[in-house]
Design a binder for this molecule. Structure first.
Ligand code: MLT
Length: 266
């Protein structure tokens, strides 16, 4: 892992390969390692950069609330720190997708294309936002195991638990070692995020929407609606996968990203 100083914080990131810059932004409450398969596969053609978002993995600096805009600005500053002047390809999963929407709103000029996996455009309902704030207080009192226990059953398709136990266990370990302060701050940020739905029609970039067929957190039908609302967006339903499609079906997701990027750059 390399590190960059972003304002006063340390941001850790994995970097591999050469070529057009491809940013892979992880979901909640994870770190860059959820993209290991895509990093390995796509770095033969792209300069792949997978950061740990503020407070996650080996990055520090989470405060009381980290908004999706904060995360997007951190990624934009990392791009500047790396001296990347060409527009980048931005791929985010779930919370990383919420960050992608903010990156579009705040840093459009830095973007060549957008990929959003297993995510949502809508804001939380008031009840869901309140639930997140309560969970944040519980995490600060009891630790990150609170979210690991709640999330693990929702992340993966049923078959993955028996067919790929090492993937499930590795994800569980990442969640359990994530700083409770970072988890609580991101929960507050997700609770406060805006509804991006009215902006979907304004996305004027090549866009790919990817969704696991059995995703119970960001359902396939809802993600199809997102793809339909973005002019010209491509949609990839990942057969057999749940919420963590890049981990569950790595070759299919890496292949979809590669094919999309080839057409986006043509
Ligand atoms: C994620 O995978 O990033 C989370 O499920 C997002 C969320 O809780 O809304």
């Amino acid at each position: 892992m390399k590190t960059a100083t972003i304002d006063t914080r340390t941001m850790a990131y994995h970097e591999a390969g050469q070529g057009p810059a491809l940013l892979l932004v992880h979901g909640f409450p994870l770190d860059h390692s959820m993209w290991n398969e895509q990093i390995a596969s796509l770095s033969n053609q792209y300069r792949v950069i997978a950061p740990d978002l503020r407070g996650f993995g080996k990055s520090d600096g989470a405060g009381e609330v980290t908004t999706m805009a904060d995360f997007a600005d951190d990624v934009a500053k990392l791009v500047d720190h790396l001296g990347i002047e060409e527009p980048i390809h931005f791929c985010g999963l779930s919370m990383g997708g919420y960050v992608a929407w903010q990156f579009f709103l705040r840093h459009r000029a830095k973007l060549a294309s957008l990929m959003v996996c297993d995510s949502r455009a809508a804001a939380d309902s008031p009840e869901a936002a309140e639930g997140r704030r309560k969970t944040a207080s519980k995490v600060l009192a009891e630790g990150s195991a609170v979210v690991a226990d709640a999330m693990l059953p929702k992340l993966f398709g049923e078959w993955v638990r028996s067919a790929m136990p090492e993937v499930v266990e590795a994800t569980d370990r990442v969640m359990r070692r994530t700083s409770p302060v970072a988890v609580a701050a991101a929960l507050g940020g997700m609770a406060a995020r805006i509804d991006f739905t009215p902006h979907l029609a304004k996305v004027d970039l090549p866009t790919l929407i990817v969704c696991g067929e059995h995703d119970v957190i960001s359902p396939l039908a809802e993600m199809k609606t997102i793809a339909d609302a973005i002019p010209g967006a491509k949609f990839c339903a990942v057969e057999g996968a749940g919420h963590m499609s890049p981990l569950e079906k790595p070759q299919i997701v890496s292949g979809a990203i590669r094919e999309f990027l080839t057409s986006a750059m043509a």
